[in-house]
Design a binder for this molecule. Sequence first.
Ligand code: FES
Length: 160
Amino acid sequence: MSTACKDLVDPKQIKLDEIINKHKNENGPLIPILQGAQEVYGYLPAHVIKHISKGIRIPVARIYGVVTFYAQFRLTPVGRNLINICLGTACHVRGGAKVVETIEKELKIKDGATTEDGRFTLEVVACIGACGLAPVISINNEVHGRLSPDKIAGILAKYE
Ligand code: FES
């Protein structure tokens, strides 16, 4: 194979093949491979699922069954900014639901979705470990606490 040909290989694909090879002979290789693939691509595109299916000889339909069963896996790309809204106990009792409602309204998307312009992805999560600041959201792992609905628009405006 010529060097020029090698240059055309997608580095993500190389990483994916490494992940497949690392796990394929293990017991229950699918979950670690999917986790690794999602780390590389940010989500699980159809062509990646097909490639994994070939690599470990598990039917595509079965892989989709696993991917849709576990909340940790995504079939669509994440927006430029990932908002995690906490609905753990402390945040819930201090008005977390109102925060969710306000952000959903502001961005016109529901939990798990991405805005059309790819600016935000929204995810409701359990406790993010900042209960003292409840109700809390994090955007790209940056925590914003003691929220009230009137603060939301100002916070979102800081993220392009
Ligand atoms: S319950 Fe929300 S940060 Fe702990």
